[in-house]
Design a binder for this molecule. Sequence first.
Ligand code: NZQ
Ligand code: ZN
Length: 378
Amino acid sequence: MKFTYQNPTVIQFGVGKIKSLVRFLDKDTKILMVYGGGSIKTNGVYDQVKTALEGYTLFEFNGVEPNPTIETMNKAIDIIKKEKIDFVLAVGGGSVIDGCKYLVAAALYEGDGWDFLDGSKVVKEALPLGVILTLPATGSESNSFAVVSKKSTDEKRSLDSRFLFPTFAILDPSIMSTLSDRQLGNGLVDAFIHTCEQYITYPTSSLVQDGYSETLLKGLVELANTWEDRRSLQWCENLMWIANQALNGLIGAGVPQDWATHCIGHELTAFYGIDHARSLAVVQPQLLRVMMEDKQEKLIQLGETVFGIKNDATATIIAMENLYEKVGVPTNLNHYDIDNDVISNVVTALEKHGMSKIGENANITLEHTSKILTMAMK
Ligand code: NZQ
Ligand code: ZN
């Protein structure tokens, strides 16, 4: 094991915590509050934020779409520059948060912010960012990643910089009451697959990372098994905290990782608009089958510790598919409105984005991706 681990985001967790936001903001701070399509207006979050920030200089920018685009976020850069904003407050799910991460970096950069996404430039500075999380799934509220799209070219790319960790994140599980079943299922599956991407590689001797990953996965299995309780506070609290812990850097510290399912899934979303978690659920099981030789030892370990399946990697993959289906997330790509070009679109985009060889051993090739997608449509 060899790693640097630091997660600087202060977490405020629990019902009623939104008002604690003033602890992090001086009265003379000029704040830009950013949100999505309006769910915060129907569940009272908008009013809670406005009340908490009474007396502050507060500007607003709304309309951040699921899978945020630079076309939308660039409009907010103008407000930041014109009003001399010095703090951005993201109120929403992964899309609003990621859009704001792009924003806080791009606002201080003279060139085209897409440079950070295509990898031609690294972020050297960013405005401070705070988060009020409304949808547990991505872990974006306390990590350094952002995934942003460019509508004009159907591209979805990611960015990682230590300057993008939010200063604070407020996680109030009662906000989840207005989430649809579809978003709850998506969140559960995204958190499950985040944990898998940092776990189903090859065996290591990392007891903390393995053990904690197994705890998170067991928790998610428990939540799927108690799906009928999904409107209870206890259920929501657990999903919110597990999804946060699954992608805050801890379980991935110093261990091999395989983000191939995410790389392929992002291309599917870019072309066909499939929800993020849903793109993963069609790719991951088939990827595990295609890469069975590399993955089977960890799959067997996962099967035994998480599902109680003895020495059977294939049965473990089936148990994972059943879990996703149980929470309403399909595992077959034909469920979506795709076209005959799906394989060539994804493969060409991966190649263009420098992802011809992905996975923990850099041996998941474009041929493998073709096979994975073919199997995903059976
Ligand atoms: O826009 P509003 O009106 O808020 O509606 C949203 C949106 O339509 C709605 N929603 C959010 N909170 C709600 C609510 N509806 C009712 N009640 C609430 N409390 O949910 C819809 C989806 O929101 P979105 O933010 O898109 O979902 P999610 O949190 O799953 O984020 C997905 C994005 O995050 C990226 C994905 O690629 C995708 O772009 N990811 C970011 C990661 C990261 N930064 O670490 C890692 C992930 O792997 C992922 O790639
Ligand atoms: Zn994800």
